[in-house]
Design a protein around this ligand. Structure first.
Ligand SMILES: [Zn+2]
Length: 356
């Protein structure tokens, strides 16, 4: 078995499947599909970004019990990173860890087991996770793909990531009255008005100086169109990057509106957070299977950034990210632990066979 996960990982890594090369996105999907003989393959494509859904039988079940989700796109890398290299028990290359190794194991475990499992299981392969997942996972969900539980094989070192922060990108605008700088009383400074917003941010979301599980507000930009000294600025705009914990999901919008009362608000992104109860029965089963295979049950971990799982959580379907051991995602030194490839396959196999 071992060499199969490793071989498929290498094969996938050698394809430069970045968003700028749409033909490579198709190629990486086609390589994966070659391993799925005998399964129904539904193909999707939006904005040139292909994805597939594989399952057994000719009709898509209304709801899968399990969906194995993998993104086969990667962020750009140096040319040599697309030639995978084995060194001292590690496999190096762009996307080995994020997440072609996890993807390869998912593809193979699906191929080996899906036909014999007593419940519906889907394999979802997408090519746009790194740019948001709207044309892959989200598109498929919009077209009626549902599941009790989804697992994305993102790199987690065998941790089970059941929650991640949501994202708000927004602009806050204040308006004032322009006047000559020497005759200040005739105008009203939009920048001074913005002080109220800055104070509210400091009060409600003081900046973190160490890692903590809290909602954060990053003031990314503070600007006015005014460029001269001798003018009272009549406009000011602030760009905010807000990362909110799932615990604040219900209240965050209200809180923002209250903090910036009377100011013009523009919401550019409003991404749901990820949250699946850590007592969820599938999470428990995955912990147990990890323990059975590796000797150590999987820990629950949190992540500050999201994944495609948020698209499921956004429609109140459960899911986690869970993947092999490695490091250096998006860096020049990305690697995955070769031993963990087989182990990860075995954990998934044990998990899938443990479900009724
Ligand atoms: Zn990833």
């Amino acid at each position: 078995m071992s060499s199969q996960v490793l071989e498929l990982t290498k094969q996938l890594v050698s394809i430069e499947s970045i968003d700028a090369k749409k033909d490579k996105l198709q190629e990486v999907i086609d390589v994966a599909v070659k391993h799925l003989d005998g399964y129904t393959i539904e193909r999707f494509n939006q904005n040139g970004r292909p994805s597939i859904l594989a399952y057994s039988g000719n009709k898509r079940p209304e709801k899968f019990k399990i969906i194995l989700n993998a993104h086969l796109d990667v962020v750009s890398g140096k040319p040599e990173q697309f030639t995978p290299v084995e060194k001292e028990g590690k496999l190096y290359g762009r996307g080995v860890n994020d997440m072609k190794a996890g993807g390869a194991a998912e593809i193979l475990v699906f191929k080996d087991l899906a036909k014999t499992l007593p419940y519906p299981i889907g394999l979802q392969l997408v090519t746009d996770e790194e740019i948001g997942g709207y044309d892959g996972t989200q598109l498929q969900i919009k077209q009626g793909v549902h599941t009790d539980f989804a697992i994305a094989g993102e790199p987690t070192d065998y941790g089970i990531n059941n929650k991640a922060k949501g994202i708000v990108w927004m602009n806050v605008k204040t308006k004032g009255i322009a006047a000559h700088g020497a005759y200040q009383w005739r105008g009203e400074s939009a920048i001074l008005k913005m002080k109220k917003a800055l104070d509210a941010i400091e009060r409600e979301f003081p900046a973190l100086t160490k890692e903590e599980w809290r909602t954060t507000v990053n003031i990314a930009k503070l600007d006015t169109t005014n460029t001269t000294y001798n003018k009272v600025p009549d406009n000011c705009e602030m760009k905010l990057d807000i990362r909110f914990i799932p615990e604040d999901w219900k209240t965050i919008k209200q809180k923002i509106e209250k903090m910036f009362e009377g100011m013009e608000l523009e919401f550019l992104e409003f991404e749901p957070p990820q949250l699946t109860d850590e007592n969820n029965s599938y999470v428990k089963a995955l912990q147990t299977s990890t323990g059975t295979v590796t000797g150590t049950p999987a820990k629950i971990i949190v992540k500050h950034g999201g994944s495609d799982i948020r698209h499921y959580n956004g429609i109140h379907e459960d899911g986690v990210t869970f993947g092999p051991i490695g490091a250096g995602l998006h860096s020049d030194n990305e690697w995955v632990d070769i031993k963990s490839l087989d182990e990860y396959y075995e954990i998934l196999k044990n998990f899938l066979l443990s479900l009724k």
